[in-house]
Design a protein around this ligand. Structure first.
Ligand code: FE2
Ligand code: FE2
Length: 187
């Protein structure tokens, strides 16, 4: 499915700007990693874009309702299972790299944006060191589980500095793309 079609589908179920921004952020990181691993950028991007498609309608049952919202759009079972796999306590193993990656970038992409928003130059020059510093600051984005950020990254076999660099670069590139449609990752 083309990105434009996936975005139309997402917008049928998500109206909140905040959730759209988060979806774009995870999409950006997934595309960046697809490039890094030589994987299907469109597929990985769509996984990021659509991973929270049922969250607005079913916040307490997310992502259990994703399959029905994705039904009829032509996604195969593997794609739908990959979306399900980012939830906690799901029956789908995070065995494929796209699943490990989706899990690892979900909160990290938004955490990095929160760090960027504290800086005058935003993403420009944002290094892993600054992200690490904010991770140690317990009051900053207090709801984000730091151990989970690291454990999910390690499950991909990635190291912190490169993980952050890949995501920051992906976010920066994606910001330029989505700004053409009047969106911004930075609120
Ligand atoms: Fe989610
Ligand atoms: Fe998410």
């Amino acid at each position: 499915m083309k990105r434009s079609e996936a975005l139309e589908l997402l917008k049928q179920h998500v109206t909140s700007d905040q959730l759209l921004r988060h979806s774009f952020a995870v999409e950006a990181a997934m595309i960046a990693y697809a490039k890094r691993f030589g994987e299907d950028e469109e597929k990985w991007g769509n996984l990021g874009l659509l991973h929270d498609i049922d969250f607005e309608k079913y916040p307490d049952e997310h992502p259990h309702h994703a399959p029905e919202l994705l039904q009829g759009a032509g996604f195969d079972d593997e794609f739908v299972d990959s979306i399900l796999s980012h939830g906690e306590n799901m029956d789908v193993p995070r065995d494929l790299m796209e699943r490990k990656c989706l899990h690892a970038v979900d909160e990290m992409a938004s955490f990095i944006i929160a760090v960027a928003l504290m800086r005058p130059t935003r993403f420009e020059g944002l290094k892993a060191k600054s992200v690490k510093k904010k991770m140690k600051d317990k009051r900053f984005a207090a709801a984000v589980d730091r151990e989970e950020l690291i454990a999910s990254m390690e499950d991909m076999g990635m190291e912190f500095a490169e993980h952050v660099d890949i995501i920051v670069n992906g976010l920066m590139e994606h910001e330029a793309l989505i700004s053409q449609d009047g969106y911004s990752l930075l609120g």
